[in-house]
Structures are given as C-alpha cells and as structure tokens.
Design a protein around this ligand. Structure first.
Ligand code: B12
Length: 376
C-alpha cells in the first residue's frame, strides 16, 4: 500500500478565520489525505517547527488577516533556513488575497493560491497531483529534529509498504528516557492534560527536551485529522518534539508503526517521551504489548455512566495512575469514590488523582507531574 499524503494546515497569527480551513480539512481527509491541523493564530516559527517535525509534504495556509504576502514569504524563508526546502507552501484566503498579491507570493516561492469560488474538488485534486508522488532522494538533514522526523517517516512508510522494521531495542538500553503512556476515552482531556504537564516539565528542566507521540484514528488507506497540535499551547516550543500518527486501520489506540517509532524516540536523547493513544473504548489495552512504556496513565471523564461501566474498563486493571479529569464537574466527586472502590479490588496500589487540566496551576496536575517525573 502506498504511503499517505501528509500535509499541515494552519491559520496565521492574529487571524481567527478558521471556518474555511475546517471545511477544507474535512475534504482533504475524505480524499485520503492525512492532515496535521495546527489551528489558528499560529506564528511562522510554530508552523515551520511543526511542519519539519511532522515531515509533511506541504503546508496549506488559510489567511484572512491581510498580512499574507509577508507571512507566506516568512514561512518559506524559515523553511529554507532550516533546510526544509522540500516542504511546499500553498493556500488561500477568499476576500483578502487579490490576484496581484498571489502573483507576488508565487514569485516568493508559494506554489499556488486558491481564490473565492474554487471548488473543494479542485483543491484536493491539486494536492493529490502535486504532493502525492513519492519523495525523491532527500537532502542531508540540517538538524537533529529533521533527521529524527525523516527516520520516523521511513518507519511509517515501511509499515505502509508491508515491510516491517525491527528497530526495538531492549529496555535496558533506553533507561535514561522515561516513557509515559496516556490513554482514555475521547473527550476526557488527554491532550490538554499532556500540554499542562509539558509546561511543568519545561519550567522544571531549563535545558530538558520532551517528545510527544500522538495518535488519531484512521482506516487503512484513508485520510485522518491529526488535530492534537491544535489544542496545544505550551507544546509549541523548540524543546518539544511532537509527532502525530494516524492509526491506519489498527484497533486498540495505536498505529502498526508505533512501537518502532516509540523505540526510536526513546533512544533519541529526550528526557521524557509521552505517548497519547486515540480515544479508547472498554477493551483497549494499548500498552500491553509495548516493552518501552514505564508508566501508564488512564485519563477518565467523570461522565462514564453507571458504576457497572467501571467493571468493563480493562485499563482500570492495568494503569499505574488513574486520573479523573474535569473534576470541577458536578459528578466528579461520585466518580472519584466509585473509581477508588473499583481500584481497591485490584490491590495494586494504583494512584488516583483528580485534575482540571484546563485550569492553570491546577494542584492535581502538579501532583500528577510529580508522580510521572519521579523514579518511583
Ligand atoms: C466568515 C467571516 C468571519 C467570521 C469567521 C468565522 C470563522 N471562525 O472563521 C467572523 C464573523 C467571526 C469574522 C470575524 C472577523 N472578521 Co471576518 N470575514 C468572514 C468572511 C465573510 C468570510 C470568510 C470565509 O470563511 N469564507 C468562506 C471560505 C470557504 O470561502 P473563501 O474565503 O472564498 O475561500 C476559498 C478560497 O479562498 C480557498 N481557501 C481559503 N483558505 C484556504 C486554505 C487552503 C490551504 C487552501 C488550499 C485554499 C483556501 O478555498 C475556498 C474555496 O472556495 C470574510 C469576507 C470574505 N469574503 O472573505 C470576512 C473578512 C475576512 N473578515 C474581516 C474582518 C475585518 C474581520 C474582523 C476583524 C471583524 C471585526 N472587526 O471584528 C473579525 C476578526 C476575527 C478574528 N479573530 O480573526 C475582513 C478582513 C479584511 C482584511 N484582511 O483586510 C473580511 C475580508 C471582510 C471585509 N471585507 O472586511 N469574520
């Protein structure tokens, strides 16, 4: 099977017009394209960093705030400076980008600008035609992040082509890196929680680096919305390496290539590697077969239904730490008591923590951070 086309989309800084790109993203996905969506109000630096780490073929920018000539040009200049000339730039912005502007932008290296009235089919056809061909031999990476990004792509491509790679090293060789796995149902707040933990990590370790391997669902050969970056604020930082992966048809929360990608990240000098599964169901035990996860955190939403439902969640038996996020919600107190009783049946001294990840300086997130960063 051919590798998926991966692109990154974003809306520039000081621009909140995201409704066009949200629609276009959905159309890309429907046409088999994997879209890493960075969200709106994003700086040139954030866009270029993400594009290099995600090793995308192209960046699609939707711009309505009026600064498009300069903004697109700065993205291209920074890509070139970072040795990522192979990442192409295209975009649109209905009522604001004129034909004259578009001509100037193309002279500065933009591939194409789409105007008001262009059909979505025309846009997706363009992407498939121009960014869908296999990459030619790549130039030597200019930074460790770029090299790592290329190697992660090689692993994903090998799996897509049916050639499994065996890069997993025994755990003893990667002990300097702590690997923490986060799982739990969709909407529990895993990504926001991880972003808050990253903030604490960056503050506590002024020179430390952290990696995040994040997953979103997809069917084999189909597109995917890889949208976790859009909810992250603190993780837009040069000391954070983040990679988004589509599950490409594998059930259980991870992708066929996850284990090898994780092993590579764990050997790449990061202090911590965080792995986030897709939103999982009752039967999921994503880290069971995985030799490189040191700690597992199950993030729950207080609204899981009745107490009986808890008996059916396998991860409640397996997770070292269980988090009740959104603990400001009315049902959270009951949820805490019910989950506590459920965990007592296991007699495994699992930790139970209440958090409100959306709240800055939340004491529950502080407690969780202490736990995952300690050796215990
Ligand atoms: C909808 C809209 C809003 C909505 C935005 C909702 C949202 N979440 O996106 C709301 C009402 C919130 C809004 C607010 C504002 N808006 Co407004 N808004 C518009 C409007 C009417 C339509 C934009 C749109 O979404 N069109 C729908 C898309 C699908 O169609 P399209 O733009 O033609 O896009 C096509 C192509 O351009 C291309 N394309 C677009 N993006 C991309 C990306 C890629 C990758 C590709 C391949 C193709 C592509 O594909 C489409 C296919 O046909 C425009 C006017 C206009 N005609 O553009 C003003 C407009 C952009 N807004 C404007 C302004 C001034 C504002 C405000 C500052 C107003 C205010 N004073 O509060 C705020 C700023 C908000 C913010 N935070 O940034 C101005 C900008 C002027 C400028 N840049 O000089 C405009 C041009 C209106 C005007 N004539 O004055 N706005």
């Amino acid at each position: 099977m051919a590798s998926s086309i991966r692109i990154l989309t974003a809306v520039p800084i000081c621009d909140g017009h995201d409704s066009a790109i949200n629609t276009i993203n959905l159309e890309f996905i429907r046409h088999g394209i994997e879209v890493v969506y960075l969200g709106y109000h994003r700086s040139v630096g954030d866009i270029v960093r993400a594009a290099i780490q995600e090793d995308v073929r192209a960046i699609g920018i939707s711009s309505y705030n009026g600064g498009h000539i300069e903004f697109f040009a700065e993205v291209i200049a920074l890509l070139r400076k970072r040795g990522a000339n192979d990442i192409k730039v295209f975009g649109g912005g209905g009522g604001t980008i004129t034909h004259q502007d578009a001509a100037a932008m193309k002279r500065k290296g933009v591939d194409n600008i789409f105007f008001a009235g262009t059909s979505l089919a025309e846009i997706t056809d363009y992407v498939r035609k121009h960014y869908g061909k296999p990459r030619r031999k790549r130039s030597h990476p200019k930074s460790p992040d770029q090299e790592l990004a290329h190697r992660l792509t090689e692993i994903e491509d090998a799996y897509a082509a049916g050639r499994k790679r065996r890069t997993v090293k025994p755990q003893s060789e990667i002990r300097n890196t702590r690997v923490v796995g986060f799982t739990g149902p969709g909407g529990a707040g895993k990504t926001t929680l991880i972003d808050e933990l990253v903030l604490r990590f960056l503050n506590q370790n002024p020179k430390g680096r952290i990696a995040i391997l994040s997953h979103d669902p997809s069917v084999i050969g189909e597109g995917a919305l890889l949208g976790d970056r859009a909810t992250m604020i603190n993780s837009q930082n040069d000391r954070v390496f983040m990679r988004s992966m589509a599950t490409r048809g594998q059930a259980g929360g991870l992708s066929p290539a996850t284990q090898d990608c994780l092993a590579l990240l764990a050997r790449s000098g990061f202090d911590h590697v965080i792995i986030e599964t897709v939103g999982t169901g009752q039967e999921a035990m994503p880290f069971q077969k995985n030799g490189v996860v040191d700690q597992t955190v199950l993030v729950m939403n207080p609204d899981y239904g009745s107490r009986l439902q808890l008996q059916k969640i396998v991860m409640l038996d397996l997770a070292g730490i269980v988090v009740v996020n959104k603990s400001d919600l009315q049902r959270a107190r009951t949820a805490h008591t019910e989950i506590e009783q459920r965990l007592e049946q296991n007699r495994r001294h699992q930790r139970l923590i209440d958090t409100v990840a959306k709240r800055h300086r939340d004491p529950g997130v502080d407690e969780l951070f202490k736990l995952i960063s300690s050796d215990g």
